[in-house]
Design a binder for this molecule. Structure first.
Ligand SMILES: [Zn+2]
Length: 400
C-alpha cells in the first residue's frame, strides 16, 4: 500500500465526518438510512452520532413518519454549533460579519477602508472589529471554527497569500493567516473578493447553475468563475481576473499591471474617479453621484457597463456558462449599468454560447461576499476529512 493511501483525502465511510456529511446534505437523516448509505453497522452509526451529539454538531429533530412500530429519530446538523467570522475587503470599503454554521450573518459591520494601508494595519483593524462583533453577541474567539477573508486581488488559496496584486501595495506575498495566530488556532482561509461573491451567490441563490461567471464592478473589476459546481482558482489564484482583459488598446490610461487599456483601468471605479477629478475624487463619490442621477456620473458608469459587457462576452464564449451574475457597488448604483452589460453580452457573444444564457443582477446584493466567505469556511472545516480535527479541538478546548 502506497503512503498516499494515508493522505487526508481518504475518508473512512465509518468516520464521524462521513456521518455528518450525509446529515448536512439531507441524504440520510435516520440511523437506518445512515447505516444503509454508508454500508456500516447500525451500532457504529449510533456510536458516531453519540460523538457528534456530544460535540454539539448534531441534534435530534423529531421523528420520521412510520408505517408501524417505533418511529425513527431524525438527526439534523446544528447550525448553532459554532461561529465563523468573515471579512469581505474591497479597495475602499469592507463588510465584516459573524455568521452561524448555516452562513447566516448574526452581526455585521460595514466601513470604509483603504486597502493600501498594508496588510498589518488593515488586518489588525479587521481583527479588532471582529472581536467587537463577537462581544456584541456575548461570544468570543473560542466559539469560532474558522475565519474567511476576501481580498481585491489574486490570492494563492493554499497559502492565503496575495500574489502580485496590482491595486494592493504592500500586500504581495503577505502571510494573511499569520495575523490571526495570536487570537485563534482555527483555520484562516483567504480568497479573491469576486470569488467569494461567486461562492455566496452559488450556494445561497444559484445551486442549479453549475457554470457561472460572477462579475464584481466596484473600485476595481474582477470575476469569480464556477465550473461544474466548483470554484475555479487557477494555478496561482488569478483565474477570473477579468479586470486585465484589454478592452481599449488605444486608451490613454496605463493600468496598475503595466498594460494599456485594461478593463480595470478604463472602466473601474478608480478610473471613473480619475476622469471626474474634483467632482468625484474617489469610487464611493462616483457611486453616490450615480445614485443621485448626476449626468456625468451616470454616463460614466453606463459606459463602464458597456466595456464590462465586451469583456464578459469574450468570457462567455470561452466558458459557455449557464449564468452571468453582476454585482458590486458601481453596478448597484444605477440599474442602467446592468442593462448595458446585458445588451453588449447578448450582442457580442456567439449565439451558441448565449442562447440559454441567463444574465442577472446579484440576488444577495452587498451580502454576497460575507455569505460566500462563510460558506467557504464552513465547507472547509466540516469537510468529512477535517471533522476529526474539529472534534479533537472541541474535546480539548471549551465547549459551548
Ligand atoms: Zn491591467
Amino acid at each position: 500500500m502506497g503512503i498516499a493511501s494515508y493522505g487526508l483525502s481518504i475518508v473512512e465511510p465509518a468516520s464521524p465526518g462521513s456521518v455528518l456529511s450525509l446529515i448536512r446534505s439531507g441524504e440520510a437523516t435516520t440511523r437506518n438510512e445512515l447505516a444503509e448509505q454508508l454500508g456500516i453497522a447500525r451500532s457504529t452509526v449510533v456510536q458516531r452520532l453519540g460523538v457528534l451529539s456530544a460535540a454539539g454538531l448534531v441534534k435530534q429533530a423529531g421523528d420520521a413518519q412510520s408505517s408501524g412500530g417505533r418511529p425513527a429519530s431524525i438527526f439534523a446538523f446544528d447550525e448553532d454549533a459554532g461561529l465563523v467570522v468573515v471579512g469581505d475587503l474591497g479597495q475602499t470599503g469592507c463588510h465584516l460579519a459573524v455568521c452561524d454554521l448555516g452562513a447566516r450573518p448574526l452581526a455585521e459591520h460595514t466601513a470604509s477602508l483603504s486597502i493600501d494601508k498594508g496588510p498589518e494595519a488593515v488586518l489588525e483593524w479587521v481583527k479588532a472589529r471582529l472581536s467587537e462583533l463577537l462581544d456584541d453577541l456575548d461570544r468570543d474567539w473560542s466559539d469560532v471554527l474558522g475565519v474567511g477573508i476576501g481580498l481585491p486581488g489574486p490570492v494563492d488559496f493554499d497559502t492565503g497569500r496575495p500574489v502580485s496584486p496590482p491595486a494592493m501595495p504592500g500586500w504581495d506575498g503577505a502571510d494573511v493567516p499569520s495575523i490571526f495566530t495570536d487570537t485563534t488556532d482555527c483555520p484562516v482561509l483567504v480568497d479573491n473578493d469576486a470569488r467569494i461573491m461567486a461562492l455566496g451567490e452559488h450556494f445561497a441563490a444559484r445551486a442549479n447553475n453549475p457554470h457561472m461567471i460572477f462579475v464584481k464592478i466596484g473600485s476595481g473589476i474582477g470575476a469569480g468563475l464556477i465550473a461544474n459546481g466548483r470554484i475555479l482558482r487557477g494555478e496561482r489564484g488569478a483565474a477570473g481576473d477579468i479586470g486585465h482583459v484589454v478592452v481599449e488598446p488605444n486608451a490613454a490610461e496605463i493600468c496598475s499591471c503595466g498594460n494599456v487599456g485594461c478593463l480595470d483601468a478604463v472602466a473601474g471605479g478608480w478610473a471613473i474617479a480619475r476622469r471626474m477629478g474634483d467632482i468625484a475624487p474617489t469610487p464611493p463619490d462616483v457611486v453616490r453621484l450615480a445614485r443621485e442621477g448626476h449626468p456625468e456620473a451616470t454616463s460614466q458608469v453606463r459606459r463602464s457597463g458597456r466595456l464590462v459587457g465586451a469583456a464578459v462576452a469574450d468570457a462567455v464564449n470561452l466558458l459557455n456558462p449557464t449564468a452571468v451574475v453582476i454585482g458590486g457597488k458601481l453596478a448597484e448604483a444605477d440599474e442602467q449599468v446592468f442593462a448595458a452589460v446585458r445588451e453588449v453580452v447578448y450582442r457580442k457573444a456567439t449565439p451558441v454560447a448565449s442562447r440559454h444564457l441567463e444574465i442577472a443582477l446579484t440576488e444577495l446584493g452587498h451580502m454576497a461576499g460575507v455569505i460566500g466567505a462563510a460558506h467557504m469556511v464552513i465547507e472547509h472545516v466540516l469537510a468529512p476529512e477535517r471533522v476529526g480535527d474539529l472534534l479533537d479541538r472541541r474535546s480539548a478546548g471549551p465547549v459551548h
